[in-house]
Structure formats: C-alpha cells, structure tokens
Design a protein. Structure first.
Lengths: 396, 396
C-alpha cells in the first residue's frame, strides 16, 4: 500500500460519457470500470491471477458477509482485507445495507440502524451507520460505502421519501464516523487503510424529485464519490435509465459516480452515456455458473442441445482463454456432466466480456467515437437477439 | 498430432528405479510421471493451462464416463478427445473395467463382457474387450487400456485365479481387436489417433504366483506397455508394495510400467523404487475438494480451526500459485464459506505437490541420489506425521 491519497481525474468526455482515472491507495483504476463481485473475499470461480489477466483493476467485496465470516476483527489482525485475500489492487466494499434489506422478515429497521438475524445461524446483530464504517475501516478497503436503507420496488412516494431522508441522516452519521476514524478516535477499531475513501449513496426510488434532493444533500455532506443505489431492483429499464440521467447532473463532475448493482452489458453502455464511472454486478459470474454466456451477439445458454456439436468458440470476437481454447460443444459437455470447470471457464469468459466491453467503451470515449460505438453495440445485439434470453437477475 | 509412433526409452536407473522418456503421438512424457485424472475430459477444478503451468505432461480420462456422456461417437465426430477437450498433450484412457466393477449389483460379468446399467439413467449396456477397444479408438487417446475384470479385496485364491484367467482371455481379444483397428478393419469405428498404443493389465490379486503368471502371459500377448491393476483396493500397503516388487521383474525392462490408481505421495516414491513409471490417482484432486492438502511435512486439513489465523502458506517449500499468493487462513475461510475457489486453489496445490514430487524423483534418479531422496522424503514426513491424517481413498 502506498500513501497515495484517493483522487479522481476525468481525462476525456463525449456528451454525458466520460473516461478518467481513479487513484486509490492500492493503485489506479481506469474508468468507466466494472468491478467483479467478490462477496466473501473471492470472485466465485475466478482466481485473482485470472482476474488480473483479463484486466480487472478493482474488486467489490461485501461488509455483511465478511463481518459474519470470518469477521472483520480477524481480517484486521491479518493486516486488512487486501493482505488477507492476497489481492494488492483496489477494493470497494459495499456497506451491507442491501444485504440486510434482502433478509426481509429477519431484519427490523429503526432510526438507530438495522437489527437482523444472521442468515447462517440466526444470531442477532445490529448494523448502524457507525458500525458499518467501523467494519470497513478494519477491512481497509480503498472505498467504503455508507450504510443506506434499501426499499423494495414498488414503493409509495411517502415511504420512499421517509426512507430517503433516513438514508440521508445515516449518511451524515457515517461521514462523522469516518472523520473520527481518520483521526483514529474510535476505540477498538483498527484502521488498516489510512487512505480509505468513503462514497455516499443517492436513494429516492423512481421519483426524480426525491433523487435530486437526495443527490444534493448527499453531496453537501462531502464524500469522495457518489453512488446511485436502489436501482436494478425490479423497476423497468427505461425508468432506471431516466433516473440515472436525472441524477448524474446533480453529482460533482470531478468526482466518481458509481451505479450500484447494474447490470446487463447494454445497461453499462447506456449508463456510461449518462455519466456513470463505476459498476458492479453479479450477472456475469452468477449467470456463468448457470450456463448463460454473454457474447457480442447476445446471450446464449450453453446447456442448449443446439451446442452439442458446435465446434466454434462461445464468442468469435472474444480473445479470452475459454474462447481461445474450448468449443461450445466442450463447454456444453462440461455443464451437462456438472464439472466444476464449467463454472470456472464460463466465469472467465463472462467477466472477460464485461471487462472487454468497458475497455472498448473507454477507448471509444478517448477517441471521441463513443456514440458510434454505442449505436453499433446495440445494433449488433438486436440483429442477433432472436436467440438471446433475458438475464436472470441483477444485484447480489 | 504428429506421426510419431509410440516409444519408450529408459535413460537412467538406480536400483529398481528408472527414469526415461515415453514418446506418444502427442509428444513426450518424462517418466516416472503422474497423470492427473480427468474422468470426464476435465480435471476437476483445474483448467488445462493450470495443469500445463505446473508441469502436467499427460492426462488420464475414462472410457466408461465418456462413452455414456457425451458419447464416443460425438467425440469422434469432433476429431477425437484431444480436439474435443482442447488438450494437445498425451492422454491415457482407462478401459472402463474398474468403473463397471464399481457398479456392484448393477453389473453382471460373463465371458462375453460386462452387462451393466448406467449409473445415470439405468439404461442397459454391454462392454466387451472389443467394445472398450473400439470406444478408445474413437476417443483417440495416446494410450488405450485393455478391458479387465477387477475383483474386490479380499478374494479367495480360486476366485482370483478364475478372474485373472478371464482377464487374460479378454486381453487376447482386446489385442486382436487392436490389430484390426490399426488395419482399419472394423466397420463403424473411426480411428482418430493412428498411433494409439495399447497397454495390457496384470491382475492376480494379492497372490504372487498369480501375479507372475498374469504378467508372463500378458507380456506374451505383446503390448506397448503394461499396467498393474487391482491394487489400492483395500489391501495393506505393504502387501501392495510386495506385489509391485514381485511383478515388475516379470515385465519388459524396455517398456513402460503403470501402477493403476495409486496412491499417496509415499506410495509413489516406494513404487518408483520398485520399477514403476506411470501413476494416476484421484487423491490429490478429490482430497483437495474435501480440504485435505498434501505438503512436504504431511497432510493437513485446511478446515481445521488451527489454521484460522495462520498467515503462512500451505507448504513453505511449495512454489505453486496457491502457496505464493494465499495463506492458510484465507484458504480456510474459502473452505468454511463454501467458495468454489477453495476447490480450485486446493486442487492446484495438491497437483503441484504430486507433480513436483515426481519431478524431484526424476532428478534424483538422474543424478544417482534417489535412495537418499527416498530416505529424506520419508524422514521429513515421519517427523511431522503427528498432525497428519490418512488419505480418504484411492482409485476413482
């Protein structure tokens, strides 16, 4: 770890899209960037060296899961999450808000925070804005997220407003705690990454006025970056795009913008067009394990009998190890006979496709041809969409 | 694939141990060699490139499994097993005898062959010496094994003798079929590897006289190499060593000798000392998935709580990716939270340990210090064996 503080620099723009470099204590990230999801400190089915070989520059990991197992105290004793998992590049940690929200009847939200029962053993826990900041300080991720409240879609304006205001009060508490942690004023918390940044999260559901208010007030609290949360939770995709388009102008142009839990390759292109710099999503990894592969010509389900004797690669335009080495016929066989290598080879391809898509996006913006890239990207997909199937789900 | 015919050359000997080079249509194999087990055309948890990176020169795959799924006809239409799975180095295929034997009450042995019901869907099949040769001709492995009868241990002398004589009659039929296949005289069979070698299998249970008779008569049939089968099936380890020691002198010195389904690292060293050139075993891969790791200091179960805060590598003497990158604490975490990467990282280490052990054995023989290597190997293990646990089982 260097002493490099967190910073962000936009290098090129085209319309709403921009590319740049986000610098963290564990090195730079070229944006727009996709963060593979390593919920429990590992990307399911991909070794770190595989991730590095396909250009991953930053991982996402989850406060909720690591807090329960192996525990943030244990990780702090190991020197922090980077050292514990053997990954020396940047890491962003989700705050646990979304995971606690997903526990449904096993959690109860109060002004103090979220009381919940572990999905593992039913043990009782309390996660507050302060506690989530403390855990992430012990993990020592490069970017910590504030603890937010997530609402199910659909929700009424009244419920969304109340929740959004609570998230704002929580953000205020989280920022206050962050400042205390930076001054090492919190007993019992080992800060394992002095340069950790903290991002606020804009909520507001599908209501533009609430989104704008949430954005303004979150920005007023003064974070190192801003996320848009509470999307990709079941709302129509055009609503999601519209909310993103209405929110990004309210966020500082010189700070990174992170769209949480999104999405399909098409979503990434559209969100970049609306000013997003960072993404995470379980789609490429989870769908890989279920046999659904993303390609330049749309999605394909490798279990389909039509691939049983198909000697071609998953994606003729892809240069990943899986596509260079194996046929659809072999990958279908591996899936059909339940080989573990089906999961790992499919995961490598899907993540390659996502990271490669982001790489193309960055290059297109840099050379001022993002709009033509975007058009060609969608045209190619729509030409082939007859055989394509919808993705399974979005956020973890 | 080259037109290189199968050959074997011993380059160095020390006592009963020897090292050499086995040349196949898909390239050379330095012996003594360990063959990772890729039952269904994939080594569970290790990509081909991982295997190559740790020095694997030959894989084992299984006739029984590939015959059922995806079928040898489909693989022949793909150009053979090498092309189907994307592995361009040597492959040996087991004949299916052991797998059919393992079906217990779902198989019935007659002079013709083995009638059995698929473990997958209960469908009825007949595997004969000729059929097993035909399937392997379609798979196009570099080394095909004859179809043998395997007995459970313990078995009486009478039962073992009857079974051994049947295996000899089957070997005769298998060899006859092989000659017809080489002359392309078998209708409906696509020979995908013209240079395929065929190995005979010595049976005879734990009875030295039967073993010697089986060896002599199998050698008389004239194969390109010879295996010792029916060991590592429950007999005491010293009995196994004794049978190997009594059998290898009855096998040609200028042809490869393969001890099937064995064994622990200690077994490999002892079998090499008794003249064995080739090994396969599911121990390193299967035990890896169960959290048992082989090290220069003995076995360790990574799930043990004692490793929860152990920042050291699995084996301080190992240079594999897993040991270079990850701590016991992290690997224990991955196992505890059921991450797929626990299986892949553990598998990579265990296979590295096996292949590295064989590499050290070859080097020791080459430099005439195998006996001191053997002594040091066992001494190191016995010094540490207090914490070591027995392996789970041997053959697949």
């Amino acid at each position: 770890m260097s002493d490099q503080a967190f910073s962000f620099r936009v290098t090129h723009t085209e319309g709403g899209a921009r590319c740049g470099v986000m610098t963290t204590p564990h090195g730079p990230v070229s944006t727009p960037a996709f963060m593979p999801v390593g919920t429990q400190g590992a990307v399911k089915g991909a070794a770190h060296r595989d991730l590095e070989s396909i250009g991953a520059e930053i991982l996402l990991s989850n406060t909720y899961h690591l807090y329960l197992r192996p525990g943030d105290d244990l990780i702090a004793r190991r020197g922090g999450l980077h050292r514990f998992i053997g990954w020396n590049k940047p890491i962003l940690t989700d705050s646990g808000g979304y995971q606690v929200f997903s526990l449904a009847e096993r959690r109860k939200i109060s002004e103090e925070g979220a009381h919940f029962q572990s999905h593992l053993d039913g043990s009782s826990h309390l996660l507050t804005p302060e506690k989530a900041a403390d855990i992430q300080a012990q993990l020592g991720s490069d970017i910590a997220m504030v603890f937010d409240e997530c609402l199910a879609h659909p929700a009424t304006l009244e419920a969304t407003e109340a929740s959004t205001l609570r998230t704002l009060r929580w953000a205020d508490r989280a920022r206050t705690r962050m400042m205390q942690l930076r001054d090492s004023h919190v007993d019992g918390v080992v800060v394992t990454n002095k340069g950790q940044a903290q991002f606020g999260i804009v909520q507001g559901g599908v209501f533009p006025s609430l989104r704008e208010r949430s954005a303004c007030e979150t920005v007023r609290l003064g974070f190192e970056g801003y996320a848009i949360g509470g999307l990709s939770v079941g709302e129509p995709v055009d609503v999601m795009y519209e909310i993103v388009a209405r929110t990004t102008p309210a966020l500082p142009a010189d700070q990174p913008r992170y769209l949480m839990g999104t999405g399909t390759p098409e979503d990434l292109v559209e969100a970049v067009a609306r000013g997003i710099d960072l993404f995470d999503c379980v789609l490429p990894t989870r769908n890989a394990r279920n046999g659904q592969l993303f390609t330049s010509e749309g999605r394909l389900n490798i279990k389909n009998v039509r691939y049983a004797e198909d000697d071609g690669p998953v994606d003729p335009l892809c240069t990943c190890y899986t596509c260079r080495t194996h046929s659809r016929a072999y990958l279908r066989h591996l899936y059909a006979v339940n080989e573990i290598n089906a999961a790992t080879l499919n995961t490598l391809h899907n993540l390659s496709f996502y990271l490669d898509t982001l790489s193309r996006i960055r290059e297109a913006i840099e050379f001022g041809r993002f709009e033509s890239f975007r058009l060609a990207f969608h045209q190619r997909l729509s030409r082939q969409s007859g055989g394509s199937e919808p993705p399974e789900c979005a956020r973890s």
